[in-house]
Design a protein around this ligand. Structure first.
Ligand code: ATP
Ligand code: MG
Length: 339
């Protein structure tokens, strides 16, 4: 018995965050409720103490940049610069001058000396976003910085040494890129000393309601919407949606709902959700019946789901569907819905 309670204590202690909720929220602009996100944050805080390279992976909008900033801000380098580079946004030659800089006159159009971002980030952290998009030639140059801590400004033979912590991020599966020989294996192992994997939002549902509440709180303050809250039906809709665009999609949906709704209460109709069904089910269309039969089938399911959303409240369901309550009652009877 005693043993069991010890085990339980150990488990809950491991899931505890190394930062207080308030610190996480106010200093790092994050909320974390799910054990999986808490684990990533704990690992990030532990990794921050070292200068090791970190690779952050996760679908778009899962919070990769936020985690990179957290690592920097809790690390001994926090007083030094944090420099963000989007490796996917620039063509190869431009990325090279951005990262390493160039001397005046080193190529046509080089009218002045430019200090590269590796020098700007000196003693701090450089965040290489979308690292999976980096060209093979640039990968070689980056590898040199990681292996030797040195590089050259374009047009200058003098070697420059820097002490920069490298955090990179990608939403690509880099192991697949290795197999296709699009990403260098030696660079991958250099970048991947510590790996932080952010799970998609649909796999950490405990975070959804807290994130929604966090965004509402933020909007209340920044848009002066003192009364703003989320209706119960909208909460149910938010909790049941798959959020393919992850936290960014949730943040945008809440902001849009707050701005376009009445400013007091977010209702289901204020939430624009783009893909409400998992992709696999999108193609699940049966054929071999009349159009009327197909439409009836759809209407029946649609009404049933709306009533589930309102927990059987016909008045609210009729409002959402924008039909008369009496008409809804007739449809419920016609479709023999059991509500
Ligand atoms: N746990 C969280 N708590 C609060 N806000 C979050 C959290 N995770 C992400 N966000 C917010 O969601 C948005 C997307 O996060 P971020 O830009 O870090 O994602 P990303 O993984 O870098 O996305 P992309 O791959 O599209 O660049 C940001 O506005 C960020 O502040
Ligand atoms: Mg990002």
């Amino acid at each position: 018995m005693k043993k069991d309670s010890n085990l339980y204590d150990m488990k809950s202690a491991r899931e505890d965050l190394p930062l207080s909720r308030s610190e996480l929220e106010h200093r790092h602009h994050m909320v974390a409720e799910s054990p999986s996100l808490k684990q990533v944050i704990s690992d990030a805080v532990r990794a921050a103490r070292s200068g090791s390279t970190i690779l952050i992976t996760g679908e778009s909008g899962t919070g990769k940049e936020l985690i990179a900033r957290l690592v920097h801000n809790v690390s001994p380098r926090s007083e030094q610069p944090f420099v963000v580079v989007n490796c996917g946004a620039l063509p190869e030659t431009l990325l090279e001058t951005e990262l390493f800089g160039h001397e005046k006159g080193s190529f046509t159009g080089a009218l002045y000396r430019k200090i590269g971002l590796f020098e700007t980030a000196s003693s701090g952290t450089i965040f290489l976003d979308e690292i999976g998009e980096m060209s093979p030639a640039m990968q070689v140059k980056l590898l040199r910085v990681l292996q030797e801590g040195t590089f050259n400004r374009i047009g200058n033979a003098a070697t420059i040494s820097v002490d920069v912590r490298v955090i990179s991020a990608t939403n690509k599966d880099l192991r697949e890129e290795l197999k296709k020989r699009k990403f260098r294996e030696d660079l991958f192992y250099r970048l991947n000393v510590i790996h932080l994997a952010l799970p998609p939002l649909r796999e950490r549902k405990e975070d959804i309601a807290h994130l929604a509440g966090f965004f509402v709180k933020r909007l209340k303050e920044s848009f002066d919407l003192k009364e703003l809250k989320i209706s119960e039906e909208a909460k149910n809709l938010i909790a049941g949606y798959s959020w393919p665009g992850n936290v960014r999609e949730l943040e945008n949906a809440i902001e849009r709902a707050a701005v376009m709704g009445d400013g007091h209460e977010i209702l289901p109709q204020d939430l624009v959700l783009h893909r409400n069904e998992p992709a696999a089910e999108e193609d699940h269309i049966e054929v071999g019946m009349t159009l009327q039969q197909a439409l009836d089938g759809f209407k029946r399911d649609f009404i049933k789901k709306t009533l589930q959303l309102t927990k059987g409240n016909r008045k609210k369901a009729a409002e959402i569907l924008d039909i008369q309550r009496t008409y809804l009652s007739r449809l419920i009877k016609d479709y023999e819905l059991d509500v």
